[in-house]
Write a protein that binds this ligand. Structure first.
Ligand code: FAD
Length: 250
């Protein structure tokens, strides 16, 4: 499986030397890649393989029970099995004590013609007073047509700046620390639940271990470690857990 590399949060590496080892193992073993048309290619590819599946988007789940999913719009879905592929503590009664803690981050995107970091490198800013943690120049098709690069900037330090102040500060840091003079701001995301703080970090899980209770299975990066690999692997294990249970019951 290729490692969907790019941007890692220094905090995550600090919290666990096993996570650090995992990342370096993945970097050394295989190709590090970002899908040509963006990371959403992954779910689109998975969805494209499904023949008998209805996908309901933009709909929040309020509660999950052994045979029902209750939606935020108060509709219910009858179920044989459920895989919860996100933090489950708010969705299941009596699970509140098992809440996951999260790292948050700001992601800002700019367009620039001034590429200051060589091909396929992640630029880390070690300066103590810098808000920016890392920068990545992405060779994106549309930007390339204009002779420019997409620049991704990640901030993991806590701050009290509003969006306007943050953009100003980041532009200033990009000028003084990286030497980029011309920048066009594109967009900003604040990601509250960016990476789960997982202790201990695991790399794999038995299918049977994904069963929470009564036909409810769990998946998601918070089960193993903060990566796309962990998200996909835990989802596969949960699906295998359901197949194993079905085989046992019949
Ligand atoms: C800036 C950044 C850079 C990253 N870079 C990398 C990288 O280079 N390589 C890498 O491997 N990983 C990277 N990661 C980590 C990676 O993105 C995550 O580990 C991965 O997306 C986790 O996938 P997931 O399916 O477990 O969770 P998510 O992708 O968070 O999916 C959970 C989904 O559940 C939905 N949801 C939550 N609650 C409800 C509800 N009540 N009802 C309905 N839906 C709900 C959410 O909206 C969300 O869509 C990065 C993360 C960040 C933030």
């Amino acid at each position: 499986m290729p490692f969907f590399g790019g941007i890692f949060l220094e905090d995550e590496l600090k919290t666990s030397s096993r996570m650090f080892e995992f990342i370096y193992k993945m970097f050394s073993e295989g190709k590090v890649s970002i899908p040509k048309n963006g990371i959403s290619t992954l779910p689109k590819h998975l969805a494209g393989q499904l023949k008998n599946t209805e996908i309901i988007l933009n709909t929040s789940v309020k509660e999950v029970k052994s045979d029902t999913i209750l939606l935020e719009n108060n509709k219910t879905i009858k179920t044989d099995y459920t895989i919860i592929a996100t933090e489950a503590s708010d969705l299941i009664s009596n699970l509140k004590s098992q809440k996951t803690s999260w790292h948050s981050c700001d992601n800002l995107y700019f367009l620039t013609a001034e590429k200051k970091v060589g091909a396929n490198f992640i630029g880390l800013l070690p300066q103590k007073d810098a808000l920016i943690n890392n920068i990545v120049f992405i060779d994106e098709r549309k930007a390339r047509q204009e002779g420019r690069y997409l620049l991704s900037v990640t901030v993991i330090k806590k701050h009290n700046l509003n969006q306007e102040e943050l953009i100003k500060r980041i532009k200033k840091e990009l000028k003084s620390y990286v030497g980029i003079q011309e920048l066009e701001f594109l967009t900003h995301f604040y990601i509250l639940k960016a990476l789960p703080i997982v202790q201990p970090v695991e790399y794999d899980i038995m299918p049977s271990e994904t069963l929470l209770k009564n036909g409810i299975f769990l998946a998601g990066d918070q089960m193993l470690n903060a990566s796309v690999n962990a998200a996909m692997l835990s989802g596969e294990r949960a699906a295998m857990g359901i197949i194993e249970l079905e085989n046992l019951n019949h």
